[in-house]
Design a protein around this ligand. Structure first.
Ligand code: HEC
Length: 118
């Protein structure tokens, strides 16, 4: 039963991310689990939580504003939350849920999403 379940999950992951490598796929899954409800399935700041938020989540597809934000600020914002980078407290703190490597992976992933770099 357990193996059946993981086979189903693995299949689902393949369906959701057909064109990315294995490593990217797991980071993409982290984003799908922890970030989409605010940042949106399209990564553009239109998650289901948006009507309840007084500050709009960052549009991660916006190359202009994302390229103005250096990697170390993205890292800090994800690890320590919005307040740590003088942004809204509505951006949660992830340092107790995600490892440093996962957060680094997310920063790299966000650079793919915005197709921009710093
Ligand atoms: C509860 C809603 C919520 C969740 C969940 C959430 N965010 Fe955010 N996030 C926000 C909001 C709101 C902002 C905008 C803060 C501002 O502009 O003041 C933001 C901003 C950001 C920024 C920009 C920080 C900056 O310096 O401009 C990054 C990067 C980010 N989020 C990444 C993530 C990642 C990665 C995840 C998943 C691990 C995540 N967020 C999950 C609400 C959320």
């Amino acid at each position: 039963m357990k193996t059946q379940m993981s086979a189903v999950l693995a299949g689902l992951a393949l369906l959701l991310a057909p064109s990315t490598s294995q490593a990217d796929q797991s980071i993409e899954q982290v984003y799908e689990v922890y970030c989409v409800q605010c940042h949106g399935l399209q990564r553009n700041g239109t998650g289901v939580n948006v009507p309840a938020l007084s500050v709009k989540p960052r549009d991660h597809t916006d190359a202009k504003s994302m390229s103005d934000t250096p990697d170390d600020e993205l890292f800090k914002a994800i690890k320590e939350g919005g307040l740590a980078v003088n942004k809204s407290v509505l951006m949660p703190t992830w340092g107790h849920v995600l490892s440093e490597d996962q957060i680094k992976g997310l920063v790299k992933y966000l650079r793919q999403v915005c197709k921009c770099g710093k």
